[in-house]
Design a protein around this ligand. Structure first.
Ligand SMILES: C[S@@+](CC[C@H](N)C(=O)[O-])C[C@H]1O[C@@H](n2cnc3c(N)ncnc32)[C@H](O)[C@@H]1O
Length: 368
């Protein structure tokens, strides 16, 4: 019987590892092949091509319906079942919810639904092209009731602009909530938005008997809370910001000549930050290898629409030169922010080290 767990010691498992590498041609490492297999039908937006050609991904041209934050997936699956002529996309950040929905889809053999492991903002911005979302559902988004947490609310002016950039004129936006404070907030955001109009002339209605109840809706009803159902649509107004799909380039590296004492770098390192426009990079910590002349720096990068945790590596080559590079741990995306992070670390190294010079780099020349 084929083993399914990773056990480094057994020979049968060694065979399993070999087989995995064969099953997934082109995969670089065992971890890579496991990552691919374990997440078979859930698309990880970080590793997908940006944007995705959804017609190709579904194998047909059809209206594209999206649910953001599908939770237990019942509404999403009902959508897929009841509208077989449409392509249905579910966006979620909760791994258990994604896995549960995946199992249900397999059991029900639904062919017109795909799941993406991403925030709504990330998936809309990076994976979707302008004007391609015909209907968007957001059911009972987390209300973040404390005033100090309101900035975490999914629905805000910016999300509505992003949605507007991905929806055609007439595209439908349905939102439901049972939290009185959030209902007022959503109504205000929609009323302010120049890009959406109510489909029924009112901000929201308090009943929608045609739809199946979601898990959170059922809880709200059982607790005696009233729900609000917003039914809006995209108008024809042109956008001020098109939310272009993020640009992706090559992975940056810098080859440095000179004397770099790693222990001295470690002693000099304290957490620091760099910012440029909307890009923010935090250099968290520096770790030395016990075996090689090498170090890694842990980096947190915030770059709309995504956040990345990176490991920037520094290792001595046989020639004695130093290579500053981006480790492929965590599947980093080669974004402008990654280039900026490498540039900032190179500058820090030059400030701390002595007599260093750049031998070669592939950063845009404006960055050095
Ligand atoms: C309160 S639950 C509602 C679940 C479901 N829609 C329902 O009505 O039963 C909110 C869901 O949104 C997901 N979520 C939160 N923020 C999100 C985001 N930025 N993008 C996608 N999903 C998100 C959560 O993981 C959670 O499953």
């Amino acid at each position: 019987m084929m083993r399914t767990t990773l056990d480094k010691t057994t020979s049968s498992n060694r065979g399993h590892k070999k087989r995995l590498k064969h099953i997934i041609p082109g995969c670089r490492t065992l971890t890579h092949s496991y990552n691919l297999l374990m997440r078979s039908s859930i698309l990880d937006y970080r590793r997908a091509r940006w944007p995705i050609d959804w017609h190709e991904a579904f194998g047909r041209h059809a209206l594209l319906l999206v649910e953001i934050g599908f939770g237990d997936g019942e509404f999403l699956l009902d959508l897929a079942r009841s509208r077989p002529a449409c392509n249905v996309l579910g966006l979620e950040i909760s791994a258990p919810s994604l896995r549960k929905a995946e199992r249900k889809i397999e059991r029900m053999a639904l062919r017109n639904v795909r799941l993406v492991d991403a925030t709504g903002q990330e998936a809309l911005w990076a994976l979707c092209s302008p004007g391609e979302l015909d209907q968007v559902y957001i059911n009972f988004p987390d209300p973040w009731p404390k005033a100090a947490h309101e900035h975490r609310r999914l629905i805000n002016d910016r999300l509505l602009q992003l949605l507007a950039s991905r929806m055609p004129t007439g595209g439908r936006l349905d939102i439901a909530s049972d939290h009185a404070g959030y209902v007022t907030w959503i109504a205000d955001c929609l009323a302010r938005s120049p890009y959406f109009e109510s489909r029924n002339g009112v901000p929201y209605v308090d009943r929608d008997p045609r739809r199946i109840q979601t898990k959170y809706e059922a809880k709200a009803v059982a607790a005696g809370r009233s729900c609000a159902y917003f039914k809006w649509e995209r108008n024809a107004r042109a956008l001020a910001n098109n939310f272009d799909v993020p640009e992706e380039t090559h992975m940056p590296h810098v080859v440095i000549r000179g004397n770099l004492a790693l222990e001295q770098l470690q002693a000099a390192f304290t957490q620091f930050e760099c910012s440029r426009d909307t890009l923010h990079v935090r250099f968290m910590d520096l770790y030395l290898s016990r075996q090689h002349p090498a170090a890694v720096v842990e980096v947190y990068l915030a770059e709309e629409p995504m956040e990345q945790r990176l490991l920037l590596g520094l290792r001595r080559r046989k020639s004695g030169e130093w290579m500053l590079y981006v480790s492929d741990v965590g599947f980093p995306r080669a974004s402008p922010g990654v280039h900026f992070a490498v540039q900032c670390l190179q500058r820090w190294l030059f400030a701390v080290g002595d007599g260093l010079e750049i031998v070669h780099h592939n950063l845009p020349s404006s960055e050095l």
